[in-house]
Design a protein around this ligand. Structure first.
Ligand SMILES: Nc1ncnc2c1ncn2[C@@H]1O[C@H](COP(=O)(O)OP(=O)(O)O)[C@@H](O)[C@H]1O
Ligand SMILES: [Mg+2]
Length: 270
């Protein structure tokens, strides 16, 4: 698959990260509510980790905290060997952390294509992606490659037919895929997905699963997938973590977690 730029994959002067992301005793409180309670979690490049748990378990707050939208009340987060506990979401995004939201956040007035190009504007580090079209030949070449890459991702997400349509005209399933396309256009190192299949049909869900699998396999992207579709999680993820009331109650292979009595009692039901 053509998603991605080489800089986003491990290697190229980096040592191979045994652990890409590490949460050490991370706690997030909102007033009297402890949304995330001493969460410790370590995720390696290429892992696809399903994060399950009932509503209110703290899954979205955990993703917010990893991405830098929220600073933990206590604990430490490291990413690619650096302490990112207090780093901004913007800086983390530049370093290859991408996420999608439980409620889609596409720019309705922009076309599908333009929405997908937004993170490429960031990845030129403020030098101005659209401006590059007018500048140095090597920058123009780079820019052309980015545009081709965006077109390929749009195609792979099944959005080629609506590439020039405004995002606001899309049905919810396509909007979710658009948000996914935008998150993966430059092959993130760490991809955080918050309930990505809600609003998707069966075929779109399969397509999304296939894209996630390829990202992890081809680019070593580590994926954290918050999802209520248990079958989807169990078939896609290499590892599953279950949270209840802010804390991890199980962490293991899909089979281990699915048969864990505590997970059955507090989430999966009998
Ligand atoms: N911005 C906020 N202010 C106050 N409480 C919040 C906020 N966001 C989440 N919470 C609370 O934190 C807990 C965890 O929420 P959340 O992370 O959204 O759970 P999940 O995504 O697992 O459903 C819930 O009790 C929720 O009400
Ligand atoms: Mg949530």
């Amino acid at each position: 698959m053509s998603i991605g730029m080489p800089s986003a994959s491990p290697g190229q002067g980096d040592s191979v990260w045994h652990t890409l992301l590490e949460l050490d005793c991370v706690t997030v409180r909102f007033g009297g509510i402890t949304a995330v309670n001493k969460l410790s979690l370590s995720i390696a490049a290429g892992e696809i980790v399903g994060l399950l748990g009932p509503n209110g378990a703290g899954k979205t707050t955990a993703l917010d905290t990893i991405s830098g939208l929220r600073t933990p009340t206590a604990g430490r987060i490291s990413y690619a060997g650096e302490d990112i506990t207090k780093r901004s979401a913007h800086r983390n995004a530049r370093n290859g952390v991408r996420r999608t939201f439980q409620r889609h956040q596409a720019f309705g007035w922009l076309s599908v294509e333009e929405n997908v190009l937004v993170p490429l504007e960031w990845s030129t580090r403020g030098r101005g992606f659209f401006g590059d079209l007018l500048r140095l030949p090597h920058r123009q070449r780079q820019t052309r490659e980015l545009l081709q890459n965006a077109a390929a991702v749009i195609d792979e997400c099944g959005l080629a037919d609506v590439a020039t349509a405004p995002a606001s005209s899309l049905p919810i399933g396509q909007l979710r895929l658009l948000e996914f396309a935008r998150a993966v256009v430059d092959a993130p190192r760490l991809l955080l997905l918050d309930e990505p299949t809600s609003g998707l049909g069966t075929r779109e869900t399969e397509q999304l699963g296939e894209l996630v699998r390829k990202l992890a396999a081809d680019f070593g992207t580590a994926v954290v997938l918050v999802e209520h579709d248990v079958d989807f999680v169990m078939s896609l993820c290499t590892r599953v973590v279950c949270m209840v009331q802010g804390a991890v109650i199980a962490d293991g292979t899909p089979a281990e977690v699915q048969s864990n009595p505590e997970v059955i009692a507090s989430y999966l039901g009998s």
